[in-house]
Structures are given as C-alpha cells and as structure tokens.
Design a protein around this ligand. Structure first.
Ligand code: PLP
Length: 373
C-alpha cells in the first residue's frame, strides 16, 4: 500500500484456505444443510469450551433466537446497554418486548451491573449485556441478579473472563457475529454458544422454519424462520477458525502500537487496558476526542489526511427511531451520552502495518493540535 493510499477502517484476512474451502463446497453441490455447518459448530464450541454451538445467518438473528429461547415475549422488558450496535436493542422489538436501557461503566464502557439491577422491574424477563469493543462484560455480577441472560458477544471473540473462561463460555446463550469487520468472518453469519442441549434443539428448529429434528421435510411443529448459515459460509468459517489465533495476535499487536503512538495526547481517551484479570479480544480501536473538540471535525480532518474513521458508537436511545418510539431524551444515560458523543473508531485490522498505525497516529495528532488553538 503506497503512502498516499487511503487507510481503510477494516479489512478481513482471507487466503487460499478460504478459497479452497469454498470451491470444495461448490463442487460438492451441497450448498446448504450440508456437513460444513455441524463441523463449524463443533469446532467453534470446542474453541469456546461449551457443549453446544448453533450457526446462524447473522449475529442479529442469533440474538433474536436466543431471546425467544430464554422465554422473552410480548410486553416483557429486557435490560440492556444503550452503548451498543443497534441490533442488540432491535431484537427485543422483534418479540414485542421493550429494551430498557441502563447506563454504562465509564472505564470498560460495558453495561453497569448496579445500574442494570436498578432498572429491573416486574416485567423484566431477561438481561442482555454486550461485551462492547471486545472487553468482557461483568457476567458474574449479572448472573447474581438472577434473571435469564443472553450475552451479545458479537464483538468479543478471543476475550477472556478473569477466571480464565473464554467470553461466551459461561453457559448462558451467547452470540458471536461474523460480518466482515469482526475478528472472524464468513461474510455474513453468526454463532450461538450455549450449555443447554434442549435450548440448542429449539434454536436449531427455529432457524430452520420450525422444523422438528426428527420429522420429515415439511412437517413443522412451531413457528420458525430461515436464519440458516450456508455451507459456503461455514467452509469460510472453518478456515478462519484455523487462523484465528494469528488474526487475534495481529489485532493485539496493532492495538499495542496505537497505544504507544497515542499515549500522552492531552484529553484523548484510549481504550481501557486489561484489568482485574479480564482480557479484551481486540475488535476495534476507539478513541474519545478531547471534550473541547467537535468529533465530526476530527473525522473530517482525518479524512483530509487519507484516514477513514467513523463515529462509533452512537447512543441507541438517542437514535430517531428510539426517541420517537419511546420518548427518550438527552440526559437519561449521561455516561453513555458523553462517551458516544466523543467516540471515533480508527482504522484497525490484523494486517495493519506499523507504518500505517504511525500514519494514522500522526494524522490524529495533527488534527487535534491546531483544532485546540
Ligand atoms: C456486529 C454486531 C451485532 C450483529 O451482527 P450482524 O452479524 O451484523 O447481525 C450485534 N451486536 C453487536 C454489539 C455487534 O457489534
């Protein structure tokens, strides 16, 4: 990549193994409901250390099936984070349940367990914590609240809890996402990890039109969806799983370079370091611009230097759909709103070179300095 070429936000690592896997599936003629899906599920379950995994068409569809599986339905409430990708709130609405937000921890940016506990009411049917930016949410604290839990681990492949359990490995249904910017990609796709075999049966049926596992092709004993992952996608996933450790190490290396290059800029917030034994699975490198600057000016300035960046993430409760539907207003979740207003995702991918990191860091310093004076 030449010096002047624009540095993209994200770029997947794909090679001959993925190509060979796809070609093999194409030549087999069995593009869906074939053997790659269970093979990918088993390899993924083993990686996370859980008895079961169910492959699905996306992280979003996985979250939807998990909410149904833990019994969320009409008129229920689900306590969740307003600082997340919009899908974790939207899936509650798919079941006509209401997402009830609670504020986040200012350091980890994850849903604050005390705030979540305070938001629990009579109609709360489940908690939906998000492992945001790959930093482990405090699942043991949420488990102490005593309600069913669905974990949004879509950004957290490779993250590890303080007790050594991989994120997604505590037995609660947990969902990973495989869109092209995630730690592992299948183009589109997702995976649910879980401990409960009966729950897996329900999920596997509902992802496949409600078909009973022991019944013939067109017999359906419940409402279902088409949330299947194709064998083409599963073949890519198997190849990606083989190279996962290398890709995670690449992300960790880039994060360490960024931290070196950006330490000491006054007022600039960096991602929190691993703490209390919890270890991040690096997904994005998000900085918070100093309070006296306008975030969108910083993004424009970076673009002028050939560096892509984006506001990441906006607060869900302040999105127009959520404002109009639920009457949300500024000031409800002050920590989330402050963080969301200042957050910028910088280019971040496993094969990013040290030179590219330096170019981004240099551009950011340049953009921040004159803007202050
Ligand atoms: C990516 C993501 C999802 C959903 O993933 P898709 O596969 O795009 O449906 C859900 N939650 C979070 C926090 C995500 O980052």
């Amino acid at each position: 990549m030449s010096v002047d070429e624009e540095i993209p936000l994200a770029r997947p690592v794909l090679g001959e193994a993925e190509e060979a896997g796809v070609i093999e599936v194409l030549r087999s003629g069995q593009l869906s409901l074939g053997p790659r899906v269970p093979a990918f599920e088993q390899a993924f379950a083993q990686r996370i250390g859980v008895p079961h995994a169910s492959a699905v068409s996306s992280g979003t569809t996985g979250l939807h099936l998990c909410l149904r599986a833990v019994g969320v339905s009409d008129g229920d409430e689900v306590v969740t984070s307003p600082f997340s990708f919009v899908a974790s709130a939207n899936v509650c609405l798919y079941e006509r349940a209401r997402p009830v937000f609670a504020d986040i921890d200012p350091v980890t940016l994850n849903l604050d367990p005390a705030a979540a506990a305070a938001a629990v009411g009579e109609r709360t049917a489940a908690l939906l914590p998000v492992h945001i930016f790959g930093f482990p949410a405090d699942i043991p604290a949420f488990e102490g609240i005593g309600l069913p839990i669905v974990e949004d681990a879509c950004e957290a492949l490779g993250a590890v809890h303080a007790d050594g359990t991989p994120v997604g490995g505590r037995g609660n249904p947990a969902v990973f996402g495989f869109y092209a910017n995630k730690q592992l990609t299948t183009g589109e796709g997702g995976m649910i990890t879980l401990a409960d075999g009966a729950m897996k049966e329900r999920i596997d049926s509902e992802r496949n039109q409600g078909r009973a596992p022991d019944m013939g092709w067109l017999d359906h004993d419940r409402l279902g969806f088409n949330y299947r992952l194709s064998d083409i996608a599963a073949a890519i996933g198997l190849a990606q799983l083989d190279r996962l450790d290398g890709m995670l190490a690449g992300r960790a290396r880039v994060a360490a370079r960024y931290r070196e290059a950006l330490t000491g800029i006054e007022g600039l917030g960096l991602p929190c370091e691993d703490r209390g034994g919890d270890r991040r699975g690096w997904f994005v490198f998000v900085v918070q611009v100093p309070r006296e600057l306008r975030r969108d000016d910083v993004i424009r300035g970076l673009r002028a230097h050939g560096v892509q960046s984006k506001p990441y993430l906006p607060a869900i409760h302040l999105m127009s759909f959520y404002r109009e539907r639920f009457g949300h207003r500024e000031g409800e979740f002050p920590v989330c709103e402050d963080v969301a207003a200042r957050s910028v995702a910088l280019p971040f991918f496993p094969e990013m070179t040290d030179g590219q990191v330096e170019r981004v860091a240099g551009a950011l310093r340049t953009v921040l300095e004159p803007a202050r004076t």
